[in-house]
Design a protein around this ligand. Structure first.
Ligand SMILES: Nc1ncnc2c1ncn2[C@@H]1O[C@H](COP(=O)(O)OP(=O)(O)O)[C@@H](O)[C@H]1O
Ligand SMILES: [Mg+2]
Length: 255
């Protein structure tokens, strides 16, 4: 069965988010199916991060329907994100600066464990938790950084650690907000490969300005402009869409 025939892991309809008089998102509809990498592109201020914030419960929509794993449900509240098999990385990096690399990743394991045991978990980390954190860091080639404080990391290293933290819980859905932002050419090539590897087990929503990354790794792309969905389709369709070229690809995008 191709991914297009499978029930979506995540489905959004009529999503509207307003900040005072500003409509950051207007009637957005979106689907993410198993095995897909779906791109969200558009100029700065288009509403991409707000979309991620709505999905992960960081902002409360004024309107819209939210279906997760085939079940229609209320939009998440921030504390409900853990335990949903849904991870995100932040547009910044968002590590706990005073903790070590290892402690940052272990914290995600412990948070998830507490949520699945419905707050009954009071003990510390066991050997299996430590091993999971270690393996997640090793997968991101960060094992040698385990004892380093997050505040001392280089920017590319901190992005890899943030990915390890997002992936250590084996999420079904991963939201990546500008993973290639601020990286050099070699690190971007690594990021593309990484996304290919991740998608085997985890479906991805990807916000990214580097169009070479988007066009190469995405199965489908949604284009936002001033909070409205102006196009959706395959990379080929989106690249050749006159409205998309006028709003975004012709000017601001990184080639
Ligand atoms: N918490 C907020 N309060 C008020 N306005 C916001 C808030 N978050 C985002 N916005 C506004 O919503 C619009 C969309 O922002 P954002 O989602 O960050 O865009 P993008 O990620 O596409 O650059 C922008 O005009 C931004 O200034
Ligand atoms: Mg943003």
């Amino acid at each position: 069965m191709s991914s297009a025939e499978q029930a979506p892991l995540l489905e959004i309809k009529n999503l509207t988010v307003q900040f005072g008089g500003l409509k950051a998102l207007s009637n957005i509809a979106l689907q993410l199916r198993p095995g897909e990498v779906v791109g969200i592109i558009g100029p700065n201020g288009a509403g991409k991060t707000t979309l991620f914030n709505a999905i992960s419960g960081f902002v409360k929509p004024q309107k819209g329907e939210f279906t997760l794993y085939g079940e229609e449900r209320a939009w998440l509240a921030p504390h409900q994100l853990i335990g949903q098999s849904l991870s995100r990385t932040l547009q910044g990096v968002g590590l706990f600066q005073d903790l070590t690399v290892f402690e940052n990743v272990l914290a995600a394991v412990e948070e998830e464990k507490r949520s699945t045991l419905q707050n009954a978990f009071l003990g510390g980390s066991d050997a299996q938790d430590l091993e999971r954190a270690h393996m997640a860091l090793e997968n991101m080639y960060c094992a040698s950084l385990e004892g380093v404080k997050a505040s001392s990391l280089s920017y590319p290293d901190s992005k890899r650690v943030a990915l390890a933290r997002a992936l250590v819980t084996n999420p079904k859905i991963l939201l990546l907000d500008e993973p290639a932002g601020g990286l050099g050419a070699q690190e971007i090539a690594w990021m593309k490969q990484l996304i290919h590897n991740i998608k085997v087990k985890t479906s991805i929503l990807l916000v990214e300005h580097h169009m070479d990354v988007v066009m190469e790794v995405c199965d489908r792309i949604y284009v936002l402009n001033f909070g409205e969905l102006i196009a959706e389709g395959t990379p080929e369709q989106v690249r050749n869409n006159p409205a998309v070229i006028a709003a975004y690809l012709g000017s601001g995008a990184t080639a």
